[in-house]
Design a protein around this ligand. Sequence first.
Ligand SMILES: CC(C)(COP(=O)(O)OP(=O)(O)OC[C@H]1O[C@@H](n2cnc3c(N)ncnc32)[C@H](O)[C@@H]1OP(=O)(O)O)[C@@H](O)C(=O)NCCC(=O)NCCS
Length: 221
Amino acid sequence: MWNGLPIVIFGTSGFAKEVLSIIEDINKQNYIKQFDFLGFVSENDDEIGKSIGRYKIVASDSTFELYSKNYNQLGAILSISSSKIKRSIYNNLVKIKNIIYPNIISPYANIGDIISINIGLGNIIAGGCTLTCDMKIGNFNIVNINSTIGHDCIIGDYCTINPLSSISGNVEIKDNVLIGAGSSVMQGVTIGENSSIGLGAFVVKDVEPNSTMICIPAKKM
Ligand SMILES: CC(C)(COP(=O)(O)OP(=O)(O)OC[C@H]1O[C@@H](n2cnc3c(N)ncnc32)[C@H](O)[C@@H]1OP(=O)(O)O)[C@@H](O)C(=O)NCCC(=O)NCCS
């Protein structure tokens, strides 16, 4: 009998617990259970068996391949804000053929014209976010609580958009970008890859790759 897709969360932080609550919300909102949550995956072998709330750490990065053999299909969620760590976990997982990477979209997110929103794999969209229309979102991005993404945006891979960020229309965010909580990005701006936008910054001009920008208007740190 179908009991939902067996799924684990990579990561053991507070955010990993928040992602679990999104999974639970999705299950509550659907007549048929979508996900069968098994537990968390830690980077440390000696944390296996440790509890996080009602669930346990069921595997570590190094034991996960063996663990995955118990399932025909196993879902994995990369609930980690560091793009570097997410990328390295994915590079290790990609050889395991029974792993799938669903998008985890809170039922409390406001997704506008869904047909015009082109979204890849493994993204996490938290409650209260608004995504309007005509945009492309790559893979393994996090759009955290109450953030907004406007029309015609392009978001790369492995980005993290922290809570209450406002991404205006026609913005391009390249790969591995961190957008700090409460920051705003002006319409039409491009943020180069590997850049970090500080908490509370307002970005009004293009940002070169590998930059850290803070304050209003945002300047290089
Ligand atoms: C901008 C940022 C990426 C820089 O990180 P970092 O390189 O590790 O910088 P540090 O924390 O060492 O701070 C360096 C200096 O910049 C200041 N600073 C850091 N972030 C700042 C910000 N957002 N706005 C203004 N000043 C900031 C620090 O106070 C420190 O000043 P000092 O040298 O006078 O003590 C980081 O501070 C940030 O804002 N990250 C986003 C955090 C976030 O979104 N949190 C929400 C989580 S849900």
